[in-house]
Write a protein that binds this ligand. Structure first.
Ligand code: KG4
Ligand code: ZN
Length: 338
């Protein structure tokens, strides 16, 4: 089955073609980062308008790259939530209209289920590095909006083990970057700077690791960083050292809780998804920790960690193949539990 996937929940327009026989045929992402940079954050109305501008050209481009004609598309998947309502409606409207015109089924996908299943996707033309993970496994979902540990018992059967009580890990990266004066979007920039910093000069708390449980809390960390930054000499080297201290604190906290979750559920596979999964130090720490206990950790390639259409096409393809699809109403859910 050939499925067109559309992602437009926030500030990335993503389109992809997933072929259940061959894997991912093509995907393209247009980032609105430059558009929102001068405001220091995503402006919802501007995001919606830009999705309107970019979505159809991106559909054309992706189909061309995949070498697939529009009439060969057998299903359309789109992000139905959670996200910005106007942005979601653009993707849902285009997806529904295409499906209606092509007389094929359409399906709304939960954005986080897209992230969650992304590591299971095959990529056409690429030899698989290792067998894709299969449930049961534990998934760490770490994005700008979510930090969750989920027990994936089967595809479609998800049990929440723990989540953040305040800021998401990506949000903590972004806010901490902002208060240290780093350019928007701060998360990746802070991670890059941490690479230049020295470990251990600044040691911040590993929140909630000193008590049992699988929940997280990251909002206190940015306050600690703010105080350290305000009291410091403000030099470039100090800023890098603080960035390193912050990154180490987040990475170690995530790693401790991941291991706890893996032990509690007695699985041997950890899957990481969401934008923070692109963080190289997190990848290395989780890899070492899982190897040490004879298990493994699986990440999607970095480009499929952050928002993209491929994960939506893939998750949609699984559901469409299972016979699920929704009626023709253009419905989105800005807030939606998985
Ligand atoms: O999954 P995603 O693209 O969008 C959401 O659904 O939130 O995740 C974006 C988040 C941002 O908070 C960004 O700062 C963070 O992922 N991020 C990173 C890195 N790359 C992206 N955080 C830490 N290190 C990175 N290398
Ligand atoms: Zn996301």
């Amino acid at each position: 089955m050939i499925v067109l996937g559309i992602e437009s929940s926030c500030d990335e327009t993503g389109v992809a073609v997933y072929d259940t026989a061959r894997g991912l045929r093509a995907h393209a992402v247009y980032s609105q980062v430059a558009l929102h940079a001068e405001y220091g954050g995503v402006v919802p109305e501007l995001a919606s308008r830009d999705h309107v501008r970019k979505l159809l050209p991106l559909v054309r481009q992706t189909l061309d790259e995949a070498g697939i004609a529009l009439r060969e598309v057998e299903g359309v998947a789109y992000t139905a939530g959670p996200g910005l309502v106007g942005a979601l409606l653009v993707g849902a409207g285009v997806a529904r209209a295409l499906a209606w015109a092509l007389e094929v089924p359409a399906i709304g996908v939960h954005h986080m289920e897209g992230h969650l299943l992304a590591p299971l996707m095959r990529i056409d033309g690429e030899a698989a590095m290792a067998a894709p993970p299969a449930p049961p496994f534990v998934a760490l979902l770490v994005s700008g909006g979510h930090t969750q540990l989920v027990h994936v018992e089967a595809i479609g059967r998800y049990r929440l083990l723990g989540e953040t009580l305040d800021d998401a890990a990506g949000e903590a990266f972004d806010k901490t970057a902002k208060l240290m004066g780093l350019p928007y979007p701060g998360g990746p920039e802070l991670a890059r700077l941490a690479g230049e910093g020295r470990p251990e000069r600044f040691r911040f708390a590993r929140p909630m690791t000193d008590r049992p449980g699988l929940d997280f809390s990251f909002s206190g960390l940015k306050t600690q960083v703010l105080l350290a930054w305000q009291r410091s000499d403000g030099s470039a080297a100090t800023r890098a050292d603080i960035a390193r201290g912050f990154e180490d604190a987040v990475v170690e906290t995530l790693a401790i809780k991941c291991l706890r979750a893996v032990e509690a559920t007695d699985v041997d596979t950890l899957v990481v998804a969401g934008g923070v999964g692109a963080n190289l130090r997190l990848r290395a720490a989780l890899d070492a920790a899982m190897r040490a206990r004879g298990g493994r950790v699986c990440f999607p390639p970095p480009a499929l960690c952050t928002d993209n259409g491929a994960m939506i096409a893939f998750a949609g393809a699984l559901r469409l193949e299972a016979g699920q699809h929704a009626d023709a109403a253009v419905q989105v859910r800005p807030r939606w539990d998985m």
